[in-house]
Design a protein around this ligand. Structure first.
Ligand code: TYD
Length: 206
């Protein structure tokens, strides 16, 4: 099973993904937690370039191709082998982030993004995607309070982050069969409970 977490900055994806992985492991199910951009040595190198410096540092199409290059390595060397070995793979962000950030918000042709994606993954899609939705003002404040150096996207203005939120909500409606939207202002344990309940429904029905 392939599970992804999506959402704007500071929504709480990472903590939810990590709690979910712990839950699988403690239930005796082999699971890995990974992230994008990143997840392999090469992709983590690309991550550093993508997430540091000024917003205008990398033009949109170049940026999109870098995310896709990182994704190709991540898919080939980490995700595909783990899925083939029967593990549950949980990724903190995946291709939907490229559709939203580079496609909807920075104007890169979504057909180009999806064509490259298809050839990377042979059209494999996540089984479940959890969108943690939060007011951009709250998410950004949380994210900046973390005090890390990966702030290239946090430096975009609030209207960009509002667009990100709307674009994710649009995607969740378009792919309603695999998406569940969760309210990121709820307590962490509440959100986790909803995710686990959803997964048990999903497993029962598949
Ligand atoms: P991340 O650490 O996931 O963000 P946060 O934890 O603050 O939500 O950082 C990833 C950043 O990269 C985030 O700003 C979204 C952006 N991104 C894209 O623009 N396109 C992509 O394809 C991916 C995977 C991420």
């Amino acid at each position: 099973m392939f599970i992804t977490f999506e959402g704007g900055e500071g929504a709480g994806k990472s903590i939810q993904a990590s709690l979910l992985k712990d839950f699988f492991i403690s239930s005796g199910i082999d699971a890995i937690l990974t992230r994008e951009p990143g997840g392999t040595l090469f992709a983590e190198e690309i991550r550093k370039t993508l997430l540091t410096g000024e917003p205008e540092k990398i033009p949109p199409l170049t940026e999109a191709l870098m995310y896709l290059a990182a994704r190709a390595d991540h898919w080939e060397r980490r995700i595909k082998p783990a899925l083939n070995a029967g593990k549950v793979v949980i990724s903190d962000r995946f291709h939907d982030s490229s559709i939203v950030y580079q496609g909807f918000c920075k104007g890169v042709d979504i057909n180009v993004l999806n064509t490259v994606y298809s050839s990377i993954t042979n059209d494999n899609m996540p089984d479940r995607t959890y969108l943690i939705d939060i007011e951009p003002e709250i998410g950004l404040a949380r994210s900046l309070a973390r005090n890390n150096s990966e702030t290239r996207f946090e430096k975009m203005d609030i209207s960009f982050h509002r667009k990100v939120r709307e674009a994710f909500l649009d995607l969740s409606r378009k792919y309603a069969d695999r998406y569940l939207v969760l309210d990121g202002s709820l307590p962490i344990s509440e959100v986790q409970k909803l995710i686990r309940a959803d997964l048990s429904d999903f497993l029962r029905s598949s």
